[in-house]
Design a protein around this ligand. Structure first.
Ligand SMILES: [Zn+2]
Length: 419
């Protein structure tokens, strides 16, 4: 057993505790409370005082593509979303496996150094899955599936499905879980969506889908026209594929395919009509909010207030380094706070980066708050100003350079030297 103590402990599900303590027993949290109470009650237990610091649940980054980490700073936004996707595909195909793998590992190190303990990662090659397994991070790793040739859907599904099965066998004993990610409504054929859904239900998998990210995506489903039709599909060899549906929004289309349910995490969800918002809320699906990526690609601002009003679970995601400058969720919180000015309090932003993310990934019973029985996923941030409000301080000051400790399931993945 180990007792961690610090100036503040933020359980997130209850008010901050000044001079707080956290008792870890193996992989789980055993007790949370004032330092004076816990140190007396557990007098013989090894105690680690973190000093002037804030202890809080580890951050949950609900949307990453670690396999694009090597493209950091190399894919300028371009004139449009489709422009960026085409450049991204070109750049990605030119990467060597070594560059690719090294960057994935650096990305994971960046996550851990910034106090992240859990990720929602989309993998298209399995490289990030292997690296995550080595790292000890918790997460849901979604195997990506892409393909528009409906008559060949079974053949297209074969490799990712086999890979997904192998991943499931390899995760035994690790804090990882495997899910499925049909990429988006404009890159997965109806038949392939159907096959993915069948597999998802048979294996009880979680799912994540990019949805309603850009105006181009809406236009494509509404009228079959626009840049996806004229530029993206020809560039990917699917120029002769007709749109899957006409006159529907991405949310309506996914709803008609019966994808929207509590196991589904919609990524971006920027362009939603009122009816879409109601469909998402009633379905129990969650949203990955990626404000910096949305700004980088100039696709618009997600209707966060409408999600909150309808109690849609929302987590924060950095997306990949191909559309963002860092994988630090602290940067994401700060940007979100500026973008949605006045919408949420500092405590609510910290809540979204922890408990909100856990709920969005369907892990709310296991992580996201510091309470007895949950997994000991914890981070600690050095507090330079002990008189500051801890939430205000985290919102404005926290970053990788101030993170002291990252613990997943009781296992220390990172601690600052000299601590
Ligand atoms: Zn993405």
């Amino acid at each position: 057993m180990l007792l961690l103590t610090a100036t503040y402990l933020l359980p997130v599900n209850q008010p901050a505790i000044r001079d707080g303590a956290l008792l870890i027993d193996g992989t789980c949290i055993q007790a949370v409370g004032p330092r004076v109470v816990l140190t007396q009650r557990h007098a013989g237990v090894e105690c680690r005082d973190l000093g002037e610091a804030i202890l809080l649940p580890g951050l949950v980054n609900v949307h990453t593509h670690l396999e694009l980490s090597a493209l950091g700073g190399q894919v300028p936004p371009g004139r449009s979303f489709v422009d960026w996707v085409i450049r991204l595909l070109e750049r990605k195909s030119s990467l060597s496996l070594e560059t690719f793998t090294g960057a994935v590992e650096e990305g994971i190190a960046e996550l851990i150094r910034s106090g992240t303990t859990c990720v929602g990662e989309v993998t298209s090659t399995g490289v990030s899955f292997a690296a995550l397994r080595k790292s000890g991070l918790r997460g849901v790793v979604y195997r990506e599936v892409i393909g528009l040739n409906d008559s060949r859907a079974e053949g297209i599904a074969e490799m990712p499905f086999a890979h997904l099965g192998a991943m499931r066998e390899e995760i035994q004993g690790s804090p990882l879980e495997v899910g499925i990610s049909p990429h988006a409504v404009y890159s997965v054929s109806p038949r392939l969506f159907h096959l993915c859904r069948h597999l998802q239900q048979r294996l009880g998998l979680k799912a994540t889908i990019h949805a309603a990210e850009s105006c181009a995506e809406l236009e494509y489903l509404q009228s079959g026209a626009g840049e996806i039709r004229t530029r993206l599909l020809p560039a990917t060899g699917w120029g002769d594929v007709p749109p899957p549906v006409l006159g529907a929004t991405p949310v309506e289309y996914l709803h008609s395919l019966e994808w929207l349910d509590p196991k589904c995490l919609l990524v971006h969800a920027v362009h939603l009509m009122e009816a879409d918002l109601d469909i998402v809320a009633q379905s129990g699906a969650a949203v990955a909010h990626c404000p910096r990526s949305n700004a980088y690609l100039s696709v618009g601002r997600a209707p966060l207030k409408a999600f909150r009003d309808r109690q849609v679970p929302v987590g924060l995601g950095t997306d990949s380094l191909a559309s963002n400058q860092s994988l630090s969720l602290w940067d994401e919180i700060r940007f979100a706070h500026q973008t949605h000015s006045g919408l949420l309090s500092p405590a609510e932003w910290v809540g979204m980066a922890t408990a909100g993310g856990a709920q969005a990934l369907g892990l709310g019973d296991d992580i996201g708050t510091l309470e007895p029985g949950k997994q000991a996923d914890v981070t600690a941030v050095a507090l330079d100003d002990p008189e500051a409000d801890p939430y205000e301080y985290l919102l404005h000051e926290a970053g990788p350079e101030k993170v002291l400790l990252t613990v997943v399931g009781g296992q220390t993945l990172y601690e600052r030297q000299g601590l």
